[in-house]
Design a protein around this ligand. Structure first.
Ligand SMILES: Cc1cc2nc3c(=O)[nH]c(=O)nc-3n(C[C@H](O)[C@H](O)[C@H](O)COP(=O)(O)O)c2cc1C
Length: 362
């Protein structure tokens, strides 16, 4: 078996790896540049990207747009040709405004998860920016493809299948996790491929299927390719890099986490999230944490009686507070030292190639 070639928006990358978007302010220009320089796809996260800029509390949407523009322009100055995307969670307020704004920027794709972005093509169709989505079941992929086909005659640039080991918000409910009723990543990839096939035929295009969630090394990548994926999306492994935009405190919390330190927390976004156990996750077992200032970030946030404010706590973590919300993936405990993005990519590709050779010549 061979490592597939990944093409998005008519551009190809050396290796079929997407550096996953990480909010708040974890995957920005430093990580994006390093990803592109290593021959993979870069994604910045739009989530409250302007949080620490002047005027944010008064006009978060305007300040976020300015911050996005600055970040994208800075990346394009050094990396004009690489594949660059922006992650915009569907769960946020002003989703349409952000997507319309981003459709005018120098990026290759907008990718949305945290809900089903059934309306994304309405904001980007006809622009140079392509749309992609993240799902955690073939059923969700089918709903999305049918909707985009019927309402917009539009197909995604690629689809990310996110399994139960991912970091950040998760596509499975608390009840599903507790009942052990979560589908494996390989199974999501295999079943999604079947759902996608008739749409690829209808539009005469290839829709790459990207596996995400717990891809730590080359063996994980090879297994997902064997299951039928055209590439992988990796986020957590890139937190432990010199180039990641997270604070040193954030990186150390992730690197020092043991298996038992990686826990699920419920989020005001209405989905479970995965994070490093700390003062915050322990306190939340018995108490809510008072919200100091609401910027109306999420569509579904109840505002009253929420356990904590997600923007505030992810923002605290981004700012170096080890008691903030430290999102991470299930395999973070395998990481111990700071590496470079290039070292990680090289070692993953090397061992993935070796693994695939065992399955049947390169
Ligand atoms: C710190 C962190 C923040 C994340 N933030 C976002 C986000 O803002 N939007 C999103 O769609 N996914 C987000 N994710 C999910 C990743 O983009 C990715 O799909 C997933 O984490 C892949 O699994 P891995 O972390 O095991 O590699 C986040 C993940 C992490 C670890």
């Amino acid at each position: 078996m061979q490592i597939p070639l990944l093409t998005i928006n008519n551009k190809s990358v050396k290796y079929p790896i997407i550096q996953g978007g990480m909010g708040i302010r974890i995957s920005l220009k430093k990580l994006a540049r390093a990803a592109m320089n290593s021959g993979i796809v870069a994604t910045i996260s739009s989530a409250q990207i302007g949080l620490f800029k002047p005027g944010f509390q008064k006009d978060p949407v305007g300040v976020n747009q300015e911050a996005l523009k600055d970040e994208i322009n800075a990346i394009r100055k050094t990396n004009p040709d690489g594949i660059l995307g922006v992650n915009v969670m569907h769960a946020i307020n002003h989703y349409e405004t952000y997507c319309r704004f981003l459709s005018q920027q120098d990026i290759d794709f907008i990718i949305s998860g945290a809900g089903l972005p059934t309306d994304l093509p309405a904001y980007i169709k006809g622009t140079p920016v392509q749309g992609a989505f993240i799902i955690s079941s073939a059923r969700a992929a089918k709903i999305m493809l049918r909707k985009w086909d019927r309402d917009y005659q539009y197909m995604p640039a690629f689809i990310v299948c996110e399994g139960p080991l991912a970091g950040g918000h998760l596509g499975f409910s608390k009840a599903q996790f507790e009942a052990g009723d979560v589908e494996s990543l390989e199974s999501i990839v295999t079943t999604t491929k079947k759902v996608v096939a008739p749409f690829e035929k209808k539009y005469d295009i290839k829709i790459p299927i990207i596996a995400a969630g717990g891809i730590h090394d080359g063996k994980d990548m090879a297994h997902s390719i064997e299951a039928g994926s055209d590439g992988v999306q990796i986020a957590t492994r890139f937190i432990g890099t010199k180039e990641c935009d997270a604070s040193d405190e954030y990186k150390m919390m992730v690197l020092n986490a043991t298996k038992e330190d990686i826990v699920r927390v419920s989020s005001p976004a209405g989905l479970p999230g995965r994070a490093v156990r700390n003062y915050l996750t322990e306190k939340l077992k018995t108490n809510n944490i008072t919200v100091t200032h609401c910027v109306d970030c999420l569509k579904s946030c109840a505002k009253k009686d929420i356990p904590y404010c997600i923007t505030e706590q992810l923002g605290n973590a981004a700012n170096g507070d080890q008691n903030g919300l430290i999102f991470t993936g299930a395999k973070a405990y395998l990481m111990n030292t700071i590496e470079t993005v290039d070292d990680i990519v090289s070692s993953i590709i090397r061992s993935c190639q070796l693994e695939l050779q065992k399955v049947g010549g390169m």
